[in-house]
Design a protein around this ligand. Structure first.
Ligand code: 6PG
Length: 483
C-alpha cells in the first residue's frame, strides 16, 4: 500500500480536491467509475504530486495504507450510497470513509450509524468553495467521531483555505450529521445573500434605470465597506462581463430562471421541522422557484395586470443617496439572514446532540467558502463573548449596524412596494425584525380564532393554565382545561 489518502469520484470537485491533496505532499489514490476521467487526471496533472490510479474499487482500497482514509466526492443521494457500499465491502474496522458531497444530513446520520456497526468511521464533510476552492483551499466542515478527526486533522488542515490570520478553515463540527448540517445552512445563507444582492441589482436596474456596468461599479465600491465579501466581488465581475456572442451585457442574455440543487430547500424544510423561522432563506428559495414558473410567468405577460412599472421617482434625492440606502438595506437584511441561519444551527445542535462551537464555525467561513465575508470576524467575536447566544441581532456590533440602517431599510422596502419591484428577502427580513421587536403580536387573535373553531385553548396573560370559551353556549362561559 502506497497512498495515505484516496479520492473516489473525479468530476470537477473530486479531481480538484485530489490535486490539492497531492500538491500538499499527500500520496493520493484515485478512482472513478469511468477510468477515462482517472486517465485524464493523471495525464494532465500527474506531475503535480504522487497519484496512484486504480481501475477498480478493490484495487483502490488495496492502494491505501491502513488504517485507510477514503474521501468520496460523488453526487449526493443514491450514487453516494452505492460507493459507500462498495468501499465498505473491502474496508476493515478502523478505516475512515469521508463523504465530501452535499449530502442531506439525515442520510449522513443513517450512514454513520450503519458503518459504525461495521467498525468503520464515517465522516460527513461539507466542502465549500466550488471547483477553485477545492483546488486552492476550500472551507471544510467534517462531522464524525473524535478519533476520525484526530487522523483527518493534519490532512485537512494542509489543504484548507487559510484565513488572513493563518488559521485553517476546517474544524471538527460535531458528531455524525453535524458537518453536513452546517454546510446545508451555509448554502441557505448563500441563497439569501445572493437573492439580496439580486434584489439590490433589480432596484438599481429597473428602479433607477442604471446599466449593468454602472451597477457593477457600485458593487465594486460596496466591496470596500461592511459588505466586503466574495459574493459582492463576483457580482461586480458578472455585471461587467460582456456576452462573447453579441457584445451585450452578459446578464441581459442569460435566461432569468434560477436553478437549484436542493440544499436551500433542505435548509427551509429542516427549519420548519425544528420550528425556527428562517424567513430570508425561505423567500430566497421561493424567489428562485417563482423565476422558474414558466407557465405562470408567460400567462402574466400575455394577460398583464395593471400596476406600476418599477420606475422610482427620486424627487429631490440624489441617485447616490438612494444607492446608499440600498446598501444599508442589504446590510441589515444580510445580518437577519445570518442570524436566522445561526439560530437554525443552535436549535439543531440541541435537537441532535451536537456540541458546535459557533465562534469557531464563523471563523472557518472566513475564507475558502462561498459566503466568505469580512464581517464573519465580527460574527465570531459575537459568539465568543456570548453576545449572540440568543440571536446575532443582539450582539452590540450588529445591533448598532441594524439601528443605523433601519430608516433606510424601511425606505427601500416601502419604495420597492410602491413602485412594484419585488424585494422578498428585503421585506421579509424587515417583517421578521419588526415581529421580533413587537411587545404584543397579533398571535393573540390567532389563539382566539383557534379556540373558537377548534377548542384549541389559549393561555392568559394574567393566570396560568389553558383556557377555553364555551363559544356555543348561551352564556359563553370561560373554562379552565387540563394543561
Ligand atoms: C459551495 C456551494 C456549493 C453549491 C452550489 C450550487 O459552498 O461551494 O454552496 O456547494 O452546490 O453553490 O448550489 P445550487 O445549485 O443549489 O445553487
Amino acid at each position: 500500500a502506497e497512498a495515505n489518502v484516496g479520492v473516489v469520484g473525479l468530476a470537477a470537485m473530486g479531481a480538484s480536491l485530489a490535486r490539492n491533496l497531492a500538491r500538499h505532499g499527500n500520496r493520493v489514490a484515485v478512482y472513478n467509475r469511468h477510468y477515462s476521467r482517472t486517465e485524464h487526471l493523471i495525464d494532465a496533472y500527474g506531475d503535480e504530486g504522487e497519484f496512484y490510479p486504480a481501475k477498480t474499487v478493490e484495487e483502490f482500497v488495496g492502494l491505501l495504507e491502513k488504517p485507510r482514509t477514503a474521501i468520496i466526492m460523488v453526487k449526493a443521494g443514491a450514487a453516494t450510497d452505492a460507493v459507500i457500499d462498495e468501499l465498505a465491502e473491502y474496508m476493515e474496522p478502523g478505516d475512515i470513509i469521508v463523504d465530501g458531497g452535499n449530502s442531506y444530513f439525515k442520510d449522513t446520520i443513517r450512514r454513520e450509524k450503519e458503518l459504525r456497526a461495521k467498525g468503520l468511521h464515517f465522516v460527513g464533510m461539507g466542502v465549500s468553495g466550488g471547483e477553485e476552492g477545492a483546488l486552492l483551499g476550500p472551507s471544510m466542515m467534517p462531522g464524525g467521531s473524535d478519533a476520525s478527526w484526530e487522523r483527518l486533522k493534519p490532512i485537512l488542515e494542509s489543504i484548507a483555505a487559510k484565513a488572513d490570520d493563518g488559521e485553517p478553515c476546517v474544524m471538527h463540527v460535531g458528531e455524525n450529521g453535524a458537518g453536513h448540517f452546517v454546510k446545508m445552512v451555509h448554502n441557505g445563507i448563500e441563497y439569501a445573500d445572493m437573492q439580496l444582492i439580486a434584489e439590490s441589482y433589480d432596484i438599481m436596474r429597473r428602479g433607477l434605470g442604471m446599466t449593468p456596468d454602472e451597477i457593477g461599479d457600485v458593487f465594486e465600491r460596496w466591496n470596500g465597506t461592511d459588505l466586503d465579501s466574495y459574493l459582492i466581488e463576483i457580482t461586480a465581475e458578472v455585471l461587467h462581463k460582456k456576452d462573447p456572442q453579441t457584445g451585450k451585457p452578459l446578464v441581459d442574455v442569460i435566461l432569468d430562471h434560477a436553478g437549484m440543487k436542493g440544499t436551500g430547500t433542505w435548509t427551509v424544510q429542516t427549519a420548519l421541522e425544528l420550528g425556527v423561522p428562517v424567513t430570508g432563506i425561505a423567500e430566497a428559495v421561493f424567489a428562485r422557484g417563482l423565476s422558474d414558473q414558466t407557465v405562470l410567468r408567460d400567462k402574466a405577460q400575455a394577460d398583464p395586470f395593471e400596476g406600476p412599472d418599477g420606475h422610482i421617482e427620486l424627487g429631490a434625492e440624489t441617485r447616490e443617496a438612494f444607492i446608499e440606502r440600498i446598501r444599508r438595506a442589504l446590510y441589515a437584511s444580510k445580518i437577519v439572514a445570518y442570524a436566522q441561519g445561526f439560530n437554525e444551527i443552535s436549535r439543531a445542535a440541541e435537537t441532535y446532540g451536537w456540541d458546535i462551537d459557533m465562534a469557531h464555525l464563523a471563523r472557518i467561513w472566513r475564507a475558502g467558502c462561498i459566503i466568505r465575508a469580512k464581517f464573519l470576524d465580527r460574527i465570531s467575536e459575537a459568539f465568543k463573548d456570548g453576545a449572540a447566544d440568543v440571536s446575532l441581532l443582539f450582539a452590540p456590533y450588529f445591533k448598532q449596524g441594524i439601528e443605523a440602517s433601519e430608516p433606510d431599510w424601511r425606505h427601500v422596502v416601502a419604495t420597492a412596494a410602491e413602485v412594484g419591484l419585488p424585494a422578498p428577502v428585503f421585506s421579509s427580513s424587515l417583517a421578521y425584525f419588526d415581529g421580533l421587536r413587537a411587545k404584543r403580536l397579533p398571535a393573540a387573535l390567532i389563539q382566539g380564532q383557534r379556540d373558537l373553531f377548534g377548542a384549541h385553548t389559549y393561555r392568559r396573560v394574567d393566570q396560568p393554565g389553558a383556557w377555553h370559551i364555551l363559544w356555543a353556549e348561551p352564556d359563553q362561559r370561560e373554562v379552565r382545561m387540563a394543561d
